[in-house]
Design a protein around this ligand. Sequence first.
Ligand SMILES: Cc1cc2nc3c(=O)[nH]c(=O)nc-3n(C[C@H](O)[C@H](O)[C@H](O)COP(=O)(O)OP(=O)(O)OC[C@H]3O[C@@H](n4cnc5c(N)ncnc54)[C@H](O)[C@@H]3O)c2cc1C
Length: 558
Amino acid sequence: MSRPLDRQSRAELAAAVPPADLTGFVDLARAVSLWREALGEDAVIVGDGRQKYQNDCISVHRRVPVVLRPDTTAAVQRVVEIARSCQVPIHPISTGNNWGYGGAAPSKDRCVVVDLSGMDRVISVDPQLGLATIEPGVTQGALRAYLDERGLQFMVPTTGAGPTCSLVGNALERGYGITPHSDHFSAVRSLRAVLPDGSLYESALTSFGAPLADKGHKWGVGPYVDGLFSQSGFGIVTEMTIALAPLPDSVQAFMVDIEDDDQLEAVVEEVRDLIQRSGGGLGGVNLMNRLRLLSMFAPYPRQNVEPGQAIDPLMAESLGRKSGLPTWLGLGALYGDDEVVAGMRHAVRRRLKKHSARIRFFSKRSVSQAKWMVRCLPGPFRSSLERRVLMASELLEILSGRPRETALKLAYWKASTPPPTDRPMDPARDGCGVIWFAPLVPMRAAEARTYVNIVNDICPDYGIDPLITLTTVSDQCFDSTVPILFEGPNQADRAHACYDALFDACQVHGFLPYRMNLRSMSRYTDQVDSPYWKTVHRLKSALDPNNLMSPGRYAPPY
Ligand SMILES: Cc1cc2nc3c(=O)[nH]c(=O)nc-3n(C[C@H](O)[C@H](O)[C@H](O)COP(=O)(O)OP(=O)(O)OC[C@H]3O[C@@H](n4cnc5c(N)ncnc54)[C@H](O)[C@@H]3O)c2cc1C
């Protein structure tokens, strides 16, 4: 029997959920009462404290009536059983920092958010096999601290989103970085999840008593089911094992300046060849255009830009030249024994020197030397060089599996407030406007050029600066990220219109996003008659007949 709600809880619930909204729920009030009994009062938030879960940088607002904070797998099972018996939709998050795609907000209004950030144990790291078994709340920063405390020489699969983001949440979104295990779901070896009926799922071989073999072999045996839990609403993952890349003897970053835009096609071909022949010694490679570099190295030139307009290309060129930034920059890292890295360095130089007047390699040692030299320079020369050396040093840290907030500053470029220095950055909390357009582009010269032209043509029509990065996510494909940066909620509609125009134009050429923000998700999921969504629908409705787990997330409507 559930305890009836006391007066204060009833008042809080009424304030959180207008009575008209409650009519949609079979029994939200009863669910809250049962959750309080199961999890304790503090783990059930119905009043203040729900703000973080309702908004994101994409300027979306979802009404979230309740937030739950279970701290064990058994508690998550109870959460799900109660949601099912009371017919309340729920949406799990790990740290909820899915900035630019929807943050902590659910795809649909009026879902209860299940916040797993309190499940933050590193369960184990096998020092020989480099297998880390973690809970959803384990962040990049927390895993780094765990490894450092124990002297374990492995890399954290870092991303631009930085130290406060969950490894499980990022892997489930199929996020990526540019350390050797760049595709983060590829590194997932096994997992445990709570299904929509409250029962437990475990990867195949674990269920047969071979957990270590299971963690060492991604595919287990039989149909590969673990993948169903990524980009979906098939269950709540409460434990995951990921393979960590060992930190090699040598990590060297390289930067290739490409001054002539006409060289882009040739560079794309060379990069593909290098990646295909590197045998894993080359991590991901980023090709970034000048505007993207400006967003990293120079403040937003607000005084020179008409409100609501994009930066004029000539001005971008002149600002870039002033800051010493090329038209395109290739950025990557080499990993391995000293001899392997020396060989790779030679290959990078040999292939790219025809297209670039400047190729720089840097290692921890050369960055330390540069830091020392900069300190000896007279004041006027020092500050810009100091900034670059600091940037190189932070970049090298990220590429070595040490998370940093460096790339997160991008979200603040057009924002009215600068990135905070006294607390961790959080672009959603700080009101930054960013929507990621992230299409896959085949790694061929002609496709890359077509794609770049589309982005350069369309973005300025919407007052958006075309900031382009092309990242190698496989031997055959780039994922491009275009952060659609906007200044505030009043520009959000134009920013979303820009996203739609990019989606439409790119679709014609077959360049489609690998990941969706929750306002645009239906661009895919409305295609209910495609063989793909029909199959997803059959699987989803078998496991979740009442569509209570993350409804609308990468799934067609019921
Ligand atoms: C400037 C900037 C740079 C960025 N750089 C990168 C980058 O380099 N690479 C990258 O991939 N992303 C990047 N991002 C996007 C994003 O911030 C990260 O991917 C971030 O890691 C996602 O948030 P999270 O880890 O807190 O996951 P969450 O927000 O917790 O999870 C994301 C989604 O996964 C699902 N989910 C989460 N946990 C569970 C669970 N336990 N069970 C079932 N489903 C679950 C939910 O649907 C949830 O909404 C960047 C964003 C910004 C603003």
